[in-house]
Design a protein around this ligand. Structure first.
Ligand code: PBG
Length: 343
């Protein structure tokens, strides 16, 4: 068979001149037809639920700006992971609120740290989901920046690399299948890969927050994780949201440094980057629907301004349509429940 390259032009000509030969609405007529031709389908296994863990036991402390999301003590977080696994959710990513903070963020790499404790509990349940650690220091430093400070108040990149590598190793030791460096320090993937390999964790994967913008949409997270910078902002290390080519350069660097999965964040404001990442790299592409994206939809739904469920499903479907095979979302449990109810 030879390809008729002129056909589209001819069809267009017929369509405009004569009777309507081409009627895309034919395939939208019934819900069965629509289901048959649907290009993008969500599946719970592609979703990752972020969990915030705090000290204590039996604690579920709601987060005001994120309705339905709570800070959990390790025992409750393990129960929540079991519930998510039961729903078929693909993974959980843990963020920790430590008992105490210091200039170096020591709590991030403590073998008995809050996140490490929770990973051990989850591991003991042998759940069929992937355990992911957010590898950063901002929740553990008393100044709220993502690495130790240099004398001039900027974040010391190379000192941060050592701390991030120590943190990743302790997270892997506690049972994280994947570590996800999110500090946007230069060379963080290479430093973590080398440290993991040296400590016997060559099997631990790295999901690199490769293109992470200095975004206003992280606002509610900083309340949830108590990680707002005490002074200044993160624009000296996170990327300018105006830059797309630079984002692709960051991704290429992370691939070269040994990343296993590339993550783009925030998601909806960066669909162009998700699509470009999908086209350019053959690694799995993840996107993080961040706290502000969740809060916007939740707040509008609370006021009755949006159908929260439909808007959430549409947003996550758009992120997948753009090219993400993995979506980190605070609605992971809800979406898995809705998908099950639709069966
Ligand atoms: C840690 C980190 C942040 C988020 C994920 N990892 C906060 C930040 O960079 O300020 C944000 C996630 C969200 O908003 O849901 N550096």
């Amino acid at each position: 068979m030879t390809l008729d390259l002129e056909a589209p032009t001819r069809i267009a000509a017929v369509g405009s001149a004569g009777p309507l030969a081409i009627r895309p609405r034919r395939l939208r007529r019934t819900s069965a037809l629509r289901a048959l031709v649907r290009e993008t389908r969500l599946h719970p296994a592609m979703l990752v639920a972020p969990l915030f863990v705090r000290p204590g036991s039996g604690v579920r402390e709601p987060i005001a700006s994120m309705p339905g999301v709570a800070r959990l003590s390790p025992d409750v977080a393990a129960e929540e992971a079991a519930r998510l696994a039961e729903l078929g959710v693909g993974g959980v990513i843990l963020f920790g609120l430590p008992e105490a903070k210091d200039a170096l963020g020591t709590g991030a790499s403590a073998d008995d740290g809050i996140v490490q404790d929770t990973f051990r509990r989850i591991r003991s349940l042998e759940l069929p989901l992937v355990t992911i650690a957010d590898t950063c220091l901002c929740e553990y430093t008393d100044h709220g920046h993502c690495g130790p400070l240099a004398p001039d108040g900027s974040v010391d990149n190379d000192a941060a690399l050592t701390r991030l590598a120590e943190t990743a190793v302790s997270q892997a030791r506690a049972g994280a299948d994947v570590v996800a460096p999110s500090a946007m320090m230069d060379g963080q993937v290479a430093a973590i890969r080398a440290a993991l390999d040296a400590e016997g964790f060559s099997h631990t994967a790295i999901m690199a927050y490769a293109a992470k913008h200095a975004s206003a949409f992280y606002g509610p997270f900083r309340e949830a994780a108590d990680s707002a910078p005490a002074f200044g902002d993160r624009r000296g290390y996170q990327m300018d949201p105006a830059n797309g080519r630079e984002a692709l350069r960051e991704m290429a660097l992370d691939v070269a440094e040994g990343a296993d999965i590339l993550l783009v964040k925030p998601a909806l404001p960066s669909l162009d980057l998700v699509a470009a990442a999908r086209a350019r790299f053959d690694l799995p592409i993840a996107a993080y629907q961040v706290s502000g994206e969740f809060a916007m939809l939740a707040a509008a739904a609370e006021r009755g301004w949006l159908d929260g469920r439909r808007a959430m499903l549409e947003a996550v479907t758009a992120i997948v349509r753009a090219g993400a095979g993995i979506v980190l979302t605070y609605a992971a449990g809800d979406i898995a429940t809705w998908l099950r109810d639709e069966q």
